[in-house]
Write a protein that binds this ligand. Structure first.
Ligand SMILES: Cc1cc2nc3c(=O)[nH]c(=O)nc-3n(C[C@H](O)[C@H](O)[C@H](O)COP(=O)(O)O)c2cc1C
Length: 495
């Protein structure tokens, strides 16, 4: 027990400490006041000394408060709470059933609705999703088992535990994992999943000392049985026409080894492949990589102008079907990125709702749709969005940010700052500790399985046996009069 004297002494010390901190706080306010009033760089701080600082605090905190307290379920961008919650719940294998009724406003122009069939497909009549073989004419074609797959995100943009979880999860889900443009890390291979190797403009992982494509390195990568296809990245929805600099500070020994660049030196990604300056160059490059690797080769692009596609298809007609890309990945203008300038993120390129029907129609008209598989990406993170893309003409769906949510991403929008609070895009070991690859791998598997299951539910409700039988007539879009019209009326029949 404390004696009364000791108790009073402790109280006195606490009182002095209290006064000391009050004094310190007062002094700090006086110093901040003087600093604010004497500076002219920030008008708010000069005109409203001390309290002006709250503006910065509230601006920062507003991002978080809006998400948790103020934003409605269907309000936020890039992904609203309803979309994110669907991914979180499916990744945890929690039920996706909801009570009372829809919170989705079905009136705005552009709203997608599916046309249910009066006689939906019975469970016993449902069929498994048909498999599609990509590059049937290649030495080693790829029969892709999953409709829904993981889009390119490089090791570097993503943390090590995130890549490890994706690799293991993709294996469990039997889907492919795209490496992104940062080369092939051991972490991509760890789980044993099918890999799509992406060749970016800097040719990371398959470059020689001058930064040119190295056939020797290509052969080495292609010799790995896990690597199933090669994707030439022409552009990405969030930043078409933008290269980048990887600062020397980020070029650790490990990154340098994986990417094939000198340690601790800045590394420049050109804003296009220097050797691809025309449709003919693109076909040459595709044919070359296919000849060296023996595996399917395609390209990824966001569509802006589209006349070049006419020329590409015409050229394929002249050279023969064997010269065609085995697949085209169409990325939406509103796709994601680790970092990109706002003017490109917000304004450059066409969204998928315009580009996907444009490209699939073009390929169908010229009889190339069976030969060239179409992979769609861009905000297709929930089953209905993916089902829409299948209706329009996609053969496969890929997602990047859907899988980031499945890994635990909370849309803190800090991917470029090394401060990602969930460990998905940070290289800070303390923040990475919360991301356990074994636990998150199971979430990745659940997410893929629940996506595929629920796309199937939509297909059956529309009266077809499986997702790949969905057609434009199965979906409708609300027009400016507030009435819906079928997609085949809007875009035209699939030719
Ligand atoms: C963190 C991050 C890194 C990315 N890195 C690449 C990349 O290396 N190569 C690429 O082609 N696309 C990259 N992307 C774009 C995605 O692959 C995808 O095309 C785009 O985000 C649209 O899909 P989503 O809406 O499902 O995210 C990246 C996206 C994110 C969010």
């Amino acid at each position: 027990m404390l004696s009364t004297a000791t108790f009073i002494t402790v109280l006195e010390i606490l009182a002095y400490l209290f006064l000391f901190f009050i004094g310190l706080a007062f002094l700090a306010i006086v110093v901040i006041y003087i600093l604010d009033i004497t500076q002219t760089r920030h008008a708010i701080r000069h005109n409203f000394p001390v309290v002006g600082h709250f503006r910065y605090l509230f601006e920062r905190l507003g991002e978080f408060f809006r998400q948790y307290f103020f934003a409605m379920d269907r309000e936020e961008m890039p992904f609203n709470r309803a979309q994110r919650n669907w991914v979180y719940r499916s990744a945890k294998n929690l039920s996706s059933v909801a009570a009372f009724g829809s919170t989705r406003d079905l009136r705005p122009t552009g709203t997608i609705l599916f046309a249910n069939c009066p006689f939906p497909t019975l469970g016993e009549d449902a069929a498994p999703t048909s498999e599609i073989t990509i590059g049937p004419g290649c030495e080693q074609p790829y029969t892709a088992p999953s409709l829904f797959n993981i889009s390119g995100m490089s090791y570097g943009a993503l943390s090590k535990p995130a890549v490890r979880a994706l690799s293991r999860g993709a294996k469990l889900a039997n889907c492919w994992l795209n490496t992104g443009e940062g080369g092939l890390a051991p972490w991509h291979l760890e789980g044993g999943a099918d890999i799509v190797f992406q060749i970016g403009t800097a040719k990371y992982g398959v470059r020689d000392t001058q930064g040119k494509l190295s056939d020797e390195k290509l052969r080495e990568i292609a010799a790995l049985p896990q690597v199933k296809m090669f994707e030439i990245k022409l552009s990405q929805g969030a930043k078409p026409g933008k290269g980048g600099i990887l600062p020397g500070a980020k070029v650790t020994e490990e990154i340098a080894r994986i990417r094939g660049i000198p340690v601790h030196q800045d590394s420049i990604s050109p804003n296009r492949h220097p050797e691809i300056d025309s449709e003919a160059d693109l076909l040459d490059m595709i044919e070359h990589i296919r000849a060296v690797t023996g595996k399917p080769v395609g390209f990824k692009t966001v569509i802006g102008t589209h006349e070049w596609l006419d020329r590409l298809c015409q050229l394929i007609g002249e050279r023969g079907l064997q010269s065609a890309p085995d697949f085209i990945t169409i990325d939406s203008a509103d796709g994601g990125t680790g970092a990109a300038p706002m003017s490109l993120i917000d304004y450059m390129g066409l969204p998928l709702r315009e580009s996907l029907p444009m490209v699939t129609d073009q390929l169908r008209r010229l009889g190339l749709k069976d030969r060239i598989k179409v992979i769609a990406s861009g905000k297709l993170i929930n089953p209905a969005e993916a089902a829409w893309a299948l209706c329009v003409g996609a053969d496969f769906i890929v997602s990047a940010r859907g899988f980031m949510f499945a890994l635990g991403c909370i849309q803190a929008l800090n991917c470029d700052k090394n401060t990602c609070p969930t460990g998905v895009t940070t290289h800070n070991p303390r923040l990475q500790k919360g991301l356990d690859p074994a636990i998150k791998a199971v979430r990745i598997k659940n997410y893929v399985q629940n996506m595929c299951y629920e796309i199937g539910v939509i297909a059956h409700s529309c009266g077809v046996r499986e997702p790949r039988e969905l057609r434009r007539s199965h979906a409708r879009i609300v027009n400016e009069k507030g009435l819906s019209i079928p997609l085949d009326e809007l875009y035209g029949q699939q030719p």
